[in-house]
Design a protein. Structure first.
Length: 266
């Protein structure tokens, strides 16, 4: 029997999903949270689909083993490629992030929205379906952005190299008239300061993490799994990569130092 006292499990290919974890913590202060970063294998975005599915299954198995009552796929790439497999295979509620095309379509005034995401997210049939379902009458310019995930994993959030990569990917969107840009990869909110500086004040940047946290609350409520107490929930951080490295980057978004433990490969 699953109990509401069990933690929520959250995973990403790396530290990017902490941008989602942050919103989950704001929305659900009493929940215990287990986060696992698959940094040893990041980035997922340019890997074969079979590899992304295999790693996503391994991550959910890890979270299940740590008692997760629900899982959040805090990785657009894993959602695009693996979420159907995960939902078919695991019994717990699985909430998944995906690029916020629908809110962007309702906000644009120019009729052009830009999506920054990984190569695999953009080429996934799921992304095509998302655009077909929600973007009638609006032009969607999808920009694959290889290299940005690596910059974030390295903790290099504001160097000249990072800025020039951001410019390289964002300029074509602005040149084509986008007034709304979707952050379609959970690593990119780490770069919000640079992105907003490049796009200027007239362009809206959308991060779907808040919507994911609300959807998670709804799903937990519907399943009778919301934590009952009023105590502050705890967090546990794990990585398949180097804990010191993850710790250094996570601190920049989480706002305080956290202990990160290494997942021992089975
Ligand atoms: N944070 C992941 C996403 O949202 C990055 C994927 C990758 O590792 O390339 O897509």
């Amino acid at each position: 029997m699953t109990s509401s006292d069990q933690p929520i499990g959250v995973f990403d290919s790396g530290v990017g999903g902490v941008s989602v974890l942050r919103e989950i913590r704001r929305e659900l202060p009493a929940e215990d949270l287990v986060y696992v970063a698959d940094s040893e294998y990041a980035p997922y975005g340019d890997r074969a689909a079979a590899f992304i599915i295999e790693r996503s299954i391994t991550m959910v198995q890890f979270l299940e083993h740590h008692g997760a009552k629900a899982v959040v796929v805090a990785c657009n790439t894993a959602t695009g490629i693996a979420v159907d497999t995960l939902r078919a295979r695991f019994p717990m509620p699985i909430v998944a992030i995906e690029p916020a095309v629908k809110p962007a379509v309702s906000q644009t005034r120019s009729g052009v929205i830009g999506v920054l995401a990984t190569t695999q997210t953009i080429s996934s049939p799921r992304f095509s379906r998302l655009v077909d379902a929600h973007a009638a009458g609006v032009r969607v310019v999808a920009q694959a952005s290889p290299g940005l995930v690596e910059q974030v994993e390295a903790g290099d959030l504001a160097s000249a190299t990072t800025r020039s990569l951001v410019e390289q990917y964002v300029r074509p969107l602005l040149d084509q008239g986008a007034d709304t840009i979707v952050l379609g990869c959970t690593h990119y909110p780490f770069l919000t300061a640079v992105i907003e500086d490049v796009v200027g004040p007239d362009v809206t940047v959308i991060d779907p993490a808040v919507a994911v946290a609300r959807e998670l609350r709804r799903r937990l409520q519907a399943n009778g799994l919301l934590a009952s107490g009023t105590h502050a929930g705890k967090e546990w951080f794990w990585t398949t990569g180097q804990p010191e490295q993850a710790q250094m980057v996570i601190r920049q978004l989480w706002g305080k130092t956290v202990e990160v433990r290494r997942v021992v490969p089975s």
